[in-house]
Design a protein around this ligand. Sequence first.
Ligand code: PNS
Length: 158
Amino acid sequence: MRRATCPGSFDPVTNGHLDIIARSSSIYDEVVVAVGVNKSKARLFDTAERIELISAATQDLPNVRVEPFEGLIVDFCRARDIPVIVKGLRAISDFDYELQMAQMNHSLAGVETLFMHTNPLYSFLSSSLVKEVATWGGDVSHLVPPIVQERLRQRLVR
Ligand code: PNS
């Protein structure tokens, strides 16, 4: 079975993330979305909620599952026999840090990283910008799935 993981913070998941997850799921037999649990980082949505939102938004993709991870992504991969990390690249500005992480992960455990270009529709999109726009009541309906839009509205708009 060919497995891959799509790791990230997903605070919250956007249509850009979902595009990468869906395209990965058409290439691999199984895709595990790994949701980072970093207790030192302030999040808008806690881990359970981020997992709930991704699970809801990927329910039509039967070969995708969602799991939390804490610590090194290579340990997550090793424990599940996952040889490949898929990362979306929006622009060249993403590349420097992603390349460093990819090379580090390969040196630690031989885990490969494949970079997938982002759909140009979403090349400007980030979870942080979505939160900023939603905080001020801006329309994010074309940027996130409806369940995320609703949850942002409940959480942010006063
Ligand atoms: O959504 P993000 O913030 O781009 O996600 C980054 C994430 C969580 C995928 C990345 O920081 C990560 O893999 N963290 C786990 C810690 C780790 O393995 N660090 C070594 C990689 S060089």
